[in-house]
Ligand binder design. Structure first.
Ligand code: ZN
Length: 182
């Protein structure tokens, strides 16, 4: 297994729309394992292939307290959505930024698992939020796209300035934030 570099906003590669996975083979299983390792190490509770510059429809997540219930969803599709939840989100590709986003509270998702078999998941609350956030990544969408234009511009300036002056080594403070980093 290997740790994969995570793209950071405003990298234009985060805007690429991912293609469906046509065959679930060893290459896809290796990618899923590497993505899980990268997500746990970051640490985050979800990661989309888009964030590691692989433009295939695959997401991994684990919202459990024990960090021992990994999910891998290939070609995920939301087939039902209900209710509304407004919760604070962070993103491994937008470090240091947290904000409130509206999502469906309960969703039903169809996908393939890592053996290529169809699965259906009923998800609510944090797991539902996490799946919707990751599926947005596959469509080239970031949670900051839901924020006001003013907030987004401020964020973009901050990110560009950081890239120019800091470089990745002097990343922002590792202060813990209560919102989930997805
Ligand atoms: Zn994210």
């Amino acid at each position: 297994m290997a740790l994969l570099p995570i793209l950071e906003y405003p990298d234009p590669r985060l805007r690429i729309r991912a293609e469906p996975v046509t065959v679930v083979d060893d290459g896809i299983r290796r990618l899923a394992a590497d993505m899980l390792e990268t997500m746990y190490s970051a640490p985050g509770i979800g990661l989309a292939a888009t964030q590691v510059d692989v433009h295939k429809r695959l997401i991994v997540l684990d919202v459990s307290e024990g960090r021992d219930q990994p999910h891998c969803l290939i070609n995920p599709e939301i087939v039902a959505a209900e209710g509304k939840i407004n919760s604070e989100e962070g993103c491994l590709s937008v470090p240091g930024t947290y904000d409130f986003v509206d999502r469906a509270k309960q969703i039903t998702v169809r996908a393939l698992d890592t053996s290529g078999s169809p699965i259906e998941i009923q998800a609510a609350d944090l797991l539902a939020v996490c799946i919707q956030h990751e599926m947005d990544h596959l469509d080239g969408k970031l949670f900051v796209d839901y924020l006001s234009e003013m907030k987004r511009q401020r964020l973009r300036k901050k990110a560009l300035k950081k890239a120019r002056h800091d470089g990745p080594e002097k990343a922002s403070s590792p202060r813990r934030h209560p919102a989930p980093v997805i």
